[in-house]
Design a protein. Sequence first.
Lengths: 149, 720
Amino acid sequence: MKLNINGKSVDVTADPDMPLLWALRDVLGLTGTKFGCGAGFCGACTVQLDGEPVRGCQTPVSAVGTAKITTIEGLSASAWGRKLQDAWVALDVPQCGYCQAGQLLAAEALLRTTPKPTDADIDAAMSGNICRCATYTRIRAAIKQAAAA
Amino acid sequence: MNIQLSRRNFLFASAAVGGGLYLGLSPERADAAEAGQLNAWVVIPATGRIRIMASNPEVGQGIRTSLPMVICEELDADWAAVEIVPTLADAKIYGRQVAGGSQAMPTQYEPMRRVGAGARTMILAAAAAAWNVPVAELSTDKGHVIHGTKRAPYGQFAAAAAALPAPDMASVAVKDPKTFRLIGSFQPGVNNRAIVAGSQDYGIDAVVPGMIHAAFHKSGVQGAKVKSANLAAIKAMGGVKDAFIVAGTEEYEGLASGVAILADTTWHAERARAALKVEWSDSPAAFQSTATWAKLAAEAKGKPAVMPIHATGDVSAAMAKATKRVAADYAYPFIPHVPMEPINCTARVDGDKVEIWAPTQNPEPGRAAVAKLLGVPPENVTIHMMRVGGGFGRRLQNDYMVEAAAIAKQAGRPVKLTWTREDDITQDFLRPGGWHYLEAGLDAQGRCIAWDNHFISYGRDGKFARAAGIGPTDFPAGIIEDFRLGATVLPLIHTTGFLRAPSNNAFGFVTQCFIDELAHAAGKDQVQFRRDFLGAPRIIGDPKSRGPYNTGRMRAVLDKAAAMAGWGRKLPKRTGLGVAFHFSHLGYFANVIEASVAADGTVKVHKVWVAGDIGRQIVNPAGALNQVQGSILDALGACMGHEITFADGAIEQRNFGDVPMLRNEQIPPIEVAFLTPDYPVTGLGEPAYPAVAPALANAIFAATGVRLRKLPLDVSQLKA
């Protein structure tokens, strides 16, 4: 099957029910998308389908169809993505950093639809993404900094 | 002790010298040193970027940024222009390579200053010779040597410098800290840019040519061995390349028995695993259940402790003299680590050579275990210390490294072993649970004059399980003259291990809540009672223990946190301030938490004020603040909802649904202040953790009058 990943059409040989997470990681070698829980609890595997954040571990590759997939490797194609990346670096958001791909893709979707988010907007958009190191204070600050940039 | 280092032995470190690292001859490696290599951590090419080695495992504590900063400061190189290079695991060269015990800064800060200063000294000597001027007339700035109006990059002198004898490490001149430009400044992590671009490789991202993906299925009841499995059916499944039984080893915590499934992808391996049918042998662990242990712990109450740990004075006599006696029972559960990156390891076995790509906090014991299991010399095991997606102590154990090596050998090809989150939780090396049966006596002035603690913990053969013990001189030993601490150990057959601020993460809750009870019983203010409890500034504890600690430094952080929080101010109904302090891992921390309790028992943490003292210098405020905030929230999440329970010998929890992690909308503001008295620099991965749960429980008591003595905090008891 063909998938549109980060603006490129890619041929993928995968079982139709293989989750997108594993097609990206183990078939295509796009390892920026992380495995965290395999059950939709943690958001580490968050990617965007047509701009909407989804759980890569809960999305069968056959369900993607022609939707445009954005992974962390493609985040910098978005102006909001670049602002978020810069804020993440400058404010030193990551500790271990493992969850941050998912956090950034959730945050980019938020800012694209809500360029001036309130705290309640951030709560709602980011609640599905666990950071085990608990960098939440800086995640919030970085989203606000990117929104103001 | 001889620390006059030759050129060769300056290059490579290993043995401890005066509490630092250094030394260790490794001539064959010295011969292989590359041009411009001034020592094991600093390479200055003739042109191009200066390279600084990052030799410690990075688990998110920021050590691959902060220790290179220390070297760079003393080298007087330009931080913006240096390249930070992670190294292999090799204790012969680099000495201590462990992310554990908050020990990197206390053991490596001063040595790494001298690593940088020594390299700079060599560059200056070479420049003085080249320019034929006295060294004293030279200065440096951002990787350049300066003489009058002349300014040249270090690289110009590096080849000559590398041929010079190394300076004496003990006497090499280091900077006056007042002149630090890099140390003490806010520096984002050196891997941040790669992390936000998705290009940073973690252990789980390792790819080796010819590699196959492995799942490893073990019994939730540890010690059970595979008797048979439907291997033929599994091998016939799509994407599966092989499946076999791993016999395992006999020793406790050796290689576990299980079924390895090798497949084209992790998903294929796990899909096949869901169809796996295994017959297990009986395990002596099958008796275990949370209910059984609770019953055994209850039966131990009122009986003498089986293991005396520490006693001073005469507790019975002091209790008899007491005006008031206070008794209370505290309890806390097993809790898991759940690092965000699931447990994984990639291994290649090629004859008697082994190569490992591991997210590990502690590679050397893994090397030893792999070498022993496979019967190869330890030096034949190469370990790539991959960036670690969270450690929290879990990856001080290297069980997964051994599993990956064993499976790769049996498979005859490179293997990436990936555990599921369910594997991670059910096979964790848990923070042990425990109970404390406490009694204290107060005199007529409300001073604590007697302290008796019967600690119920876990172990085997009359010994504590890993991380289940208690130190004889742990607080408040040495503070209260008439003191007794003893333990009784309940039988446990499940892996336990170190979790952030091990043992302290539980003892802080117990001691600081019980002190709160004593203050209340004495009718004293909670902060004042603690000041009196600590008494005059002095050093307490055995230098060989986890201390000693300085009551004056503790008093200072207590006073600071209380001042920050506006201690004593009037609060709304069902809102309270709670205070706690704790010393661990050489750090002093006090917290005040403001929390309110709704009529339905829901607890809201409004704010956390934190005062900490980890010595005279905060190396990187960016990482330091992250560590403190992370520790506070880690502890808050755990005390509000983490509990591992057992039934029929196995852990009952499976995934984040059973181990709720704090989420973005639950995060209170955290205000942090560091006191920087003139004491040695110490670490920060752990000491901010232990005083959190007690500050919250004490705030809940202040808000409601209900004393919660068990973790996780049961808010159903707080309904109005």
